[in-house]
Design a binder for this molecule. Sequence first.
Ligand SMILES: Cc1cc2nc3c(=O)[nH]c(=O)nc-3n(C[C@H](O)[C@H](O)[C@H](O)COP(=O)(O)O)c2cc1C
Length: 189
Amino acid sequence: MGRREETILATVVNGLHTSEVVHMRVLVVYYSRSGVTRKACEAIAASLSVAGHEAVTEELIDKTDREGMMGWLAGGRDATLKKPTAIGPVRAEVGAFDLVVIGTPVWAFTCAPAARAFCEQFAGQLQRVAFVATMGGSGDRGAYEAMERYCGKAPVATLTLIDKHIRSDDAERYAAKVEAFVQELMAEA
Ligand SMILES: Cc1cc2nc3c(=O)[nH]c(=O)nc-3n(C[C@H](O)[C@H](O)[C@H](O)COP(=O)(O)O)c2cc1C
């Protein structure tokens, strides 16, 4: 069934007008080394669900050990050198989703190797994409440019979040930005 057939005609209860709400199937897929991107992406999916969309989350597993100081150093080096990495099997049927939101931490001013692996592996199956980047302070632009190249698709929307704002549940600089991003995704449907 296509997106148009899945359209739900929602009647506004006050009877003043009838509006058309497109029901989306959204896959929110992310890599997260230390939980920050996971928290943001799970919040995005929860917000989409509350708005009546089908939102499925999946965490990407980097088969390279990224733990500890050595993992941190090697991660930065691998991202800088664009060294490919292998990811664990992706359970979701990626091509069946209207929209795939891809979340990554910024590593060395680009996306994490696992996010790159996902983009390259599924480029041919992606319908529409949106990108989420979390970071300490800078490098989101490099991450988005790289992901667009790897996916072969421009994102319909992007969301940049700062790690400390996510960790502290900052109302203005985290929660409100997540809500605005979800609204943007729905407007693009
Ligand atoms: C290897 C490595 C490289 C990083 N490079 C950057 C960077 O270039 N710019 C930046 O602002 N933050 C950088 N960071 C910080 C992370 O992007 C940030 O803390 C992110 O929110 C962590 O997300 P996660 O908990 O989902 O892994 C780097 C972190 C790691 C581990």
